[in-house]
Design a protein around this ligand. Structure first.
Ligand SMILES: CC(C)(COP(=O)(O)OP(=O)(O)OC[C@H]1O[C@@H](n2cnc3c(N)ncnc32)[C@H](O)[C@@H]1OP(=O)(O)O)[C@@H](O)C(=O)NCCC(=O)NCCS
Length: 172
């Protein structure tokens, strides 16, 4: 059974170096996850400090996947903050370090995040992901509905354009 845990504000702060390592590894693997090379430790630390603070404010659920007590994967649920979207949340930053892939960690992270969102009373989840990548297949397999594609939405770390696919999932 994969070891998946929801991280507190303090745990998230403690784990900033490991979270940065996972994000950096995915960028090195050319995943389109918001950053371009050169990706620095400072950039990573600033990003994860922001996420940890959002966890502290109750705006984000942050999950970690651990192998032998080392954090090697992560995912987030970001609660929609608009007063007219109290039922909605975004699934963000599903990342698994290359050294831990192919063991079911992303699937376990997704299930934990969906369960956490449902427990928090959210009934509609939305995400976007790079078209043609493995994650797209994972979301489809987990019952997410494809709602459309946007061409040239972002860049891959190598500078090529990246189309994005928007998915949603109803939890009830
Ligand atoms: C996408 C990603 C999270 C998958 O993580 P993972 O922990 O290796 O995924 P899992 O082990 O849970 O595998 C999920 C499915 O993909 C399949 N899979 C895993 N690696 C694969 C590979 N290299 N080739 C083909 N299929 C693969 C698994 O067999 C599994 O399918 P199954 O449920 O039918 O057995 C990981 O590759 C990653 O971090 N990529 C870079 C970041 C990224 O693109 N994130 C998505 C942002 S939206």
């Amino acid at each position: 059974m994969p070891d998946i845990r929801k991280l507190s504000h303090a745990e998230a702060l403690d784990l900033i170096p490991a979270l940065t390592d996972v994000l950096g590894d995915c960028i090195e693997d050319n995943a389109s996850v918001g950053f371009m090379p050169p990706f620095t430790q400072d950039q990573g630390a600033a990003f994860w400090r922001g996420v940890a603070d959002a966890v502290g404010r109750g705006e984000v659920l942050l999950y970690g996947a651990f192998v032998d007590a080392e954090l090697v994967g992560t995912v987030q649920i970001g609660f929609a903050l608009k007063p007219n979207q109290p039922h909605r949340a975004d699934l963000m930053k599903l990342l698994v370090h290359r050294k831990a892939r192919g063991r079911g960690l992303s699937t376990a992270l997704m299930k934990a995040a969906e369960a956490g969102a449902a427990e928090a009373g959210r009934s509609l989840l939305v995400l976007d992901t790079a078209k043609g990548e493995l994650a797209e297949r994972i979301y489809e397999k987990l019952g997410w509905q494809r709602s459309g594609e946007i061409p040239d939405y972002a860049l891959y770390p190598d500078g090529r354009f990246c189309d994005t696919v928007i998915f949603y999932k109803r939890l009830v």
